[in-house]
Design a protein around this ligand. Sequence first.
Ligand SMILES: Cc1ncc(COP(=O)(O)O)c(C=O)c1O
Length: 429
Amino acid sequence: MEKLALLGGKPVRTAAWPSWPVFDQTEEKNVMQVLHSGHWWRHSYGQGVELAEDDSTSPSLVARFQNAFARAHACKYGICASNGTVTLEIALRAAGVKAGDEVIIPAYTYVATATAPLMVGAIPVFVDIDPETYNMDVQRLEEAITPFTRAIIPVHFGGQPCQMDEIKKIAARHDIKVIEDAAHAHGASYRGQKCGSLADLASFSFQNSKNMTAGEGGIITTNDEVYADTCETLVWAGRKRGQPWYRHYVLASNARMTEFQGAILLAQLERLDEQNRLRRENAQRLDVLLAGVEGIRPSKQLPEGTSSYHIYMFRYDPKNFAGVDKQRFVAALQAEGIEGAFGGYTTPLYANPMFLEKEFMGGAYPLEAFENGRAINYADFERRCPVSERACASEAVWIPQSMLLGSAEDMMDIAEAIKKVQRLAVQLH
Ligand SMILES: Cc1ncc(COP(=O)(O)O)c(C=O)c1O
């Protein structure tokens, strides 16, 4: 009798998946070049706060990389930093977000989208996601706006661009800044225009799982020189361009990227377009392969967006799998050799203890100090965000970008494993 691998049967596949991160002699050469140069940080080239419009020939690989990445994303300026969490904090500060301001974010995202406002003293306000795309629901956006709202952070979740026209129209009506969280969206585009260039500022991550990586790293992109200047100041401990080295003008941390990261990222950028092309091709294959499977609905891609497929997501319906819950379904899929399959966030962000207990810097900050009579109770968002609740509890399944770098046969294995788990789901009771 055919048996699920989770229960001791033969797995659909045992072959390895494409390894991640991908690198070759270019990364090796670049890293060795930095190592032997002795210039391990950008400032040893005399580079830093002095933002140049064209750094394409700089001896600093960070400077060269941020220039190249910005150009590849239709922006004049790129400001590298140590990760994609601090880039969000810096972007918010550059946009003028201050203590007591409200910042609207989706409920289905990584924690940094919410901690960034908190770290600048602002209050994250959650909006539910669209049931088809899992991006911020633009129909629910306006009702979240108050006189205190200062910024919106749309997250291009999984690499699918948000409905930026609608978001920007609403933002303009209320004089609110827009900062893209493009941590998943390297090389993605919306109506033919690159993510990263669609709003006031944007933030990308180069953490290890991302579509291009240096293990850690981040960048802010913008077309506005004043924002860019402020971001450099905030990366460089409050220094200003053209001013003496030990003059610090604003409160800021050290968020610098090392030359080693710049060296790796320069090489990773060269590979991005081709890898994204393959990710898209395989995502489309999966769409076709899964189209006829009852209870599996790949997340809808809007025609105006071109995803970078950081995550291929589908919606799982236990009804078509003998009532087996999502976590057990994912475990069965992993046992069949689809090791990277993942159930994603287990709760929406606001349901984390940090928010429910308002455990922000010893409890005295910032809501009590700045809430201007507003009594924000993060438990209330459960009622307001049913789609995020459902996505986390029972519905959303993720296939990571690195698996999309496999072959057409690899995609067939994913589909075959899902079908096998469906056929034999009763065994899981
Ligand atoms: C949506 C989103 N925003 C921000 C970040 C933060 O990036 P980093 O891990 O580089 O700090 C991540 C990282 O996973 C993310 O997924």
